[in-house]
Design a protein around this ligand. Sequence first.
Ligand code: CUA
Length: 316
Amino acid sequence: MHSLFGPASPQASAVAHLWWWMFGVGGGVWLIVIATLFYVIRAKRGRRESDDLLHLTPERESRLTRVVSGAVFVTLLVLVGFLAFDFGVGRIVAQHPRTALTIEVTAHQWWWEAQYADTNPSKRLVTANEIHVPTGTPVQIKLASHDVIHSFWIPNLNGKRDLIPGYASALWFTADTAGTYRGQCAEFCGLQHAKMAFYIVAEPPEKFAAWRAAASTPHSPPTDSTLVAGQRIFMSGGCAVCHTIAGTEARSTVGPDLSHFKSRSTIAAGTLPNTRANLMGWIINPQAIKPGTRMPPSALMPVQLNTLVAYLETLK
Ligand code: CUA
């Protein structure tokens, strides 16, 4: 779901409320203006030239002054009312609740890195493009950018927040309804800005704890001969130059962490469903799917590709 109209947090509810009030009041004002216009047009029909509004008698002029001043006053009232409402919503959206979970999100051209903070550094969990959070828990998202200005936006949970290189910012939300919410980079950041999506998976705390425990545990080394060969291709074929797989010697942070890659629903930051066929197409020629991405094409033979993908698919 990717919509402002399905708020799943107090922060997003405040924004949605403001939107509906603005829509309602704005629509009401528009109707009144249009109705008045039609009334004036009708009333003017068939009048004599001397009755024209341009020939003002003193009584008519004072009545007109009162009507116009009244309308200006009501306009001001509406604007000031919305200004106060807007500040109120701004306060709710920017509130810093007592944080229970901190996730450090770093934007890259064009994907999202997410690190779950933990006082024990060995327990820090790193993932990409799919961020799990527990429901009913205030979550702090610390935002940073690796390259250019991006913007973190999940309309169901909170408003937008820019990620500016060299400038730390943060955003808070408490997901009160479980669900998968789509997020999107909302600041033009280069060629593949549109293909820079992510997902927030809000789930009950027990389910989240189970996910976190599984996601923090490295897979044990493969024993099956095909999978061993697949892992070898990963390590020597160039993949390990950019990616990490926990528990192996692949430890680069240039591209997304692939330790539990197969547990994610999409590849290339929400670009394609995470299926075998899509993954093969992506590995062979990423530039055909996401031109400009930093991942280079690969010259694997079909057998090697099959073996590599068989290994990657075990990374659940
Ligand atoms: Cu990142 Cu637009």
